[in-house]
Design a protein around this ligand. Sequence first.
Ligand code: SAH
Length: 222
Amino acid sequence: MTDRGDDGDADRDEFSRARERLVDRLRERGHVERASSLAALRAVPRHEFVPGGSRGRAYRDEPLPIDEGQTISAPHMVGIMLDLLDLEPGDRVLEVGTGCGYHAAATAEVVGPGTVYSVEYHDVLADEAEARLDRLGYDVHVRVGDGHGGWPEHAPYDAAYLTCAPEAIPEAVIEQVRPGGVVVGPVGRGRQVLVRLRKRTDGSVEREEHGAVRFVPMRDGN
Ligand code: SAH
């Protein structure tokens, strides 16, 4: 496993050890199960994605504030969503809500370079995430826009996920996933649940619920 980032050796060792301990706990508690999801969480330097003042808390299993009043999800939530997405190396994945880019980096650890496409509403967040991902060696595509429209130019996707909560999963996102593919995301205003949709080959959609969650609301765009 390579360690990315530009900290001093001592800091880097401390961050890596804290990250190892965190991922061990997520595995032992059964929050995250797939080997590829656990390996992704072990690989991504979360402290590089959070604001300087929060770095000391980067390896606690909690959400943290990023810019523009948004939040980076807790590591267990990123792991749970990776498990639900059922990804294989080489899969094309659509992300709605790039934020600081952490979740996209974890997804890229699983699928590999060049096949994660992420749409972010805030231009400042998108620009910063793109630069950060690039600096850390992650080949992830980022564009500014309203995720309600997905990113049609690169469809079909094997899977898609949202890191912000709409009232219902946007139709365009479901359409841009191939038959057999899945969409994972929080749904609801107020009370939210994590849902997984699987698109059957006949075009119908199977829906499962995976518990109560709390994400930032998806912006309506206009
Ligand atoms: N995955 C991110 C979490 C970011 S929080 C990370 O690891 O940091 C959710 C993000 O969704 C925020 O950055 C917010 O700006 C973005 N968002 C909200 N509404 C959106 C919309 N309609 N289209 C695209 N992104 C949106």
